[in-house]
Design a protein around this ligand. Structure first.
Ligand code: 13P
Length: 254
């Protein structure tokens, strides 16, 4: 890994009430005190953002959201704007997670709009891409990723994307206990980095962080992080428990 600061991000998905989120983040602040040289982010559900923000403010942990809507404001019942996320203390926002693509109609076009909105408000987007099991079995992995990445980032300049993070999350590895092998993950990360080089040049391809996500746990983080193009992890299930998540963070060598 060149000079890229590792990012270990926890996606809490639709778990934790406000009081549970407060308790988990209080424990994380204690467990991760003194962490340096790596970036840590947690993404609680919307309802807990503001409370968690107060708890982690002085710590090494940053706040992220799991989604946003691209309009500035308006009659969009049930949606959350980028400005609302900023005011709740968010620095990052996860965009195009496979669960959003699968259950809530997110697609490459809406993902592109969401990235633009996030960047417009100074949020760091984490663009999620990944193939399904069927697509991998039919040898479509690289064409699916090519489309998701190019369409997601269409119309942006090199400078726009300076902070953007990519997360490779093979759908078949999410919540299944099946992790991609370190070689499978590295192969895809290298492919994504080469695509970025082709589209935006080598300055961005060498600086952009590409995270791996899908059944990451304390037992597999070290071997994944040892691969040259894996710059961190987007952790689901294992981020819900503060002991487990802090173990993962601590296992990331800098
Ligand atoms: P799991 O770590 O539970 O497989 O989830 C991964 C994920 O979807 C993170 O965004």
């Amino acid at each position: 890994m060149e000079n890229r600061t590792p990012l270990i991000a926890g996606n809490w998905k639709m778990f934790k009430t406000i009081s549970e989120a407060v308790e988990t983040s209080e424990q994380l602040v204690k467990l991760l005190a003194g962490t340096s040289g790596k970036d840590v982010m947690i993404a609680p559900p919307f309802t807990a953002l503001s409370s968690v923000s107060d708890i982690i403010r002085e710590s090494c942990i940053s706040l992220g959201a799991q989604n946003l809507f691209w309009e500035k404001d308006g009659a969009y019942t049930g949606e959350i704007s980028p400005a609302m996320l900023v005011s709740a203390g968010c620095k990052y926002v996860i965009i195009g997670h496979s669960e959003r693509r699968q259950y809530f109609g997110d697609n490459d076009d809406t993902v592109n709009k969401k990235i633009r909105a996030a960047l417009g408000f100074g949020l760091i987007p984490i663009l999620c891409v990944g193939e399904s099991e069927k697509e991998r079995e039919s040898d479509y992995t690289f064409s699916v990723l090519d489309k998701q990445l190019k369409k997601g980032l269409e119309g942006f300049s090199l400078d726009d994307l300076e902070t953007t993070v990519i997360a490779y999350e093979p759908v078949w590895a999410i919540g299944t206990g099946k992790t991609a092998t370190k070689e499978q993950a590295q192969e895809v990360h290298l492919f994504l980095r080469s695509l970025i080089e082709k589209e935006f040049g080598d300055r961005l391809s060498s600086s952009i962080r590409i995270l791996y996500g899908g059944s990451v746990n304390p037992g597999n983080i070290s071997e994944l992080m040892a691969m040259p193009d894996i710059d961190g992890a987007l952790v689901g299930g294992a981020s819900l428990n503060p002991d487990t998540f802090s173990k993962i963070v601590n296992l990331v060598n800098i």
